[in-house]
Design a protein around this ligand. Structure first.
Ligand code: AMP
Ligand code: GLY
Length: 433
């Protein structure tokens, strides 16, 4: 049954709180605000795009968020970013009897510790890159000396997607270890994971999870590097499109059966069942799909395209995850293609200035949305306030049409010195025969 609403969830008038302030949270708020089940929406702290729902509490102010949720009698809280999850926001809400969508602190270690994630992959027999972990710099350097390049060096802890060095040259690998273990990422670099370099197409598969069932969303291809042609530094993501042309039902089934479900089973056996979004960062190699990483949340900017393609209601799925009845739910997805092009501040992911005034065109249809990320209002004027600033998201009947519309909208945006990639989705076009 499509978009099934479990009986006990069908009461109207829910109060929903979204935690976070990025493009992902704007996309979630955009979708949830369309749900007939939601009659009060709050976003903490939000951005200029979510202004009418904003509450001035930061995503890491967990005590204040709990207090707010109790005071307002919030029915469901949805957490966007990884930091509050790894700080235990879900545990804090649940201990107060509040319903919240996301993994517990212990389950969130799948993202917050790369060494933990690798150990779970190993236990669940998940196909992944060969790896070793090191706490002593000299031993890490010696290992690289033996294996050589290309090789991948990862800081163990959270480093906002920037603690990974894909070293094609031996010297880059040595520099990578020196940088991570030399304190560039603080305590996140106390331990490094050094792993085999994998080649293939990268894809993000986000799955709703209730501890037992994994329900996949549409697959997405992200563009992690700052510059065209996948050059430059790694970023949080400069743009996405969905679905990739190489993605098939068979591939999806293989990923669910070999990666998602065994992971959920191991997490259950450990007494830390995983609920929320399990985000699988995959490399589709010549030997089949291999897992690069887990994230424990909606992706950004994956969520922007996923939400524009989701036709059924999001609220019942979120609730089913928190109530352990996800097996009864099916989502309905558009057959269209969606593209999201990120406009960032000049200099991102390095230093960038804030407070640049922005003027946006009026869009009058439901398949073109400008999601805000690092934006705020300064005396009523829209200004930039972060690295990634806007996500121009378009759903269209083909990838070609969707990307053309997205870039046409960008031409109408007045955002001086904005940086964006002009090749988002090109990989997908090349894959279409
Ligand atoms: P991660 O944060 O682990 O996803 O790594 C960031 C990016 O580095 C990924 O999106 C990949 O593009 C790349 N990467 C990570 N691990 C590997 C690997 N073993 N082989 C090749 N590229 C990798
Ligand atoms: N776009 C990748 C992420 O959200 O981690």
């Amino acid at each position: 049954m499509t978009g099934l609403v479990p009986e006990k969830n069908s009461a109207k008038g829910k109060k929903i709180l979204i935690v976070g302030s990025g493009g992902r949270e704007h996309a979630l708020a955009w979708k949830i605000s369309q749900s007939p089940l939601c009659n009060e929406l709050y976003v903490a702290p939000g951005n200029a795009g979510t202004e009418k729902w904003n509450v001035p509490i930061k995503a890491d102010q967990i005590t204040e968020l709990v207090r707010f949720a109790k005071e307002k009698e919030i029915d469901l809280t949805v957490v966007g970013p990884e930091d509050p999850l790894s700080m235990g926001i879900v545990d804090s809400f649940q201990s107060e009897g509040l319903k919240i969508f996301g993994p517990s602190r212990e389950a969130a270690k799948l993202e917050s510790s790369k060494a933990f994630a690798k150990a779970i992959m190993y236990e669940a027999h998940v196909p992944t890159a060969e790896y070793r972990t090191f706490q002593v710099k000299e031993e890490a350097l010696e290992y690289i000396g033996k294996i050589g390049a290309p090789i991948v060096i990862k800081a163990d802890g959270l480093a906002a997607g920037k603690g990974v060095i894909v070293a094609t040259l031996f010297d880059e690998a040595i520099e990578g270890v020196e940088k991570i273990m030399g304190g560039a990422f603080g305590s996140a670099g106390n331990e490094v994971v050094i792993e085999e370099y994998l080649e293939g197409q990268e894809v993000s598969l986000l799955c709703f999870c209730d501890g037992i069932t994994a329900l996949p969303m549409v697959a997405v291809q992200d563009h992690k590097r700052a510059l065209n042609g996948d050059m430059g530094l790694n970023t949080g993501g400069m743009g996405t499109y969905s679905p990739p042309p190489f993605w098939t039902r068979e591939l999806e089934k293989e990923v669910i059966d070999k990666i998602a479900l065994p992971t959920l089973q191991v997490m259950r056996q450990k007494g830390t069942p995983f609920t929320g979004v399990l985000f699988l960062g995959l490399m589709i190699t010549s030997q089949g799909p291999k897992l690069l990483e887990y994230n424990v949340r909606f992706g950004d900017p994956e969520t922007q395209v996923v939400m524009t393609l989701l036709q059924s209601d999001l609220v019942p799925v979120l609730e089913a995850c928190t109530e352990g009845c996800l097996a009864q739910v099916e989502n309905e997805w558009s057959k269209d293609t969606a593209v999201c092009v990120v406009m960032a501040s000049q200099g991102y992911p390095g230093d960038y200035s804030k407070g640049v005034p922005i003027r946006l065109p009026q869009l009058n249809n439901d398949h073109e949305v400008i999601f805000h990320a690092g934006t705020s209002l300064d005396n009523g004027v829209l200004v930039s306030s972060g690295g990634r600033v806007l996500g121009i998201t378009v759903r269209g009947s083909s990838l070609k049409k969707a990307r053309e519309s997205a870039y046409r909208i960008i031409e109408k945006i007045d955002f001086p010195n904005a940086h964006y990639r002009s090749d988002i989705g090109i990989k997908g076009l090349k894959g279409i025969k």
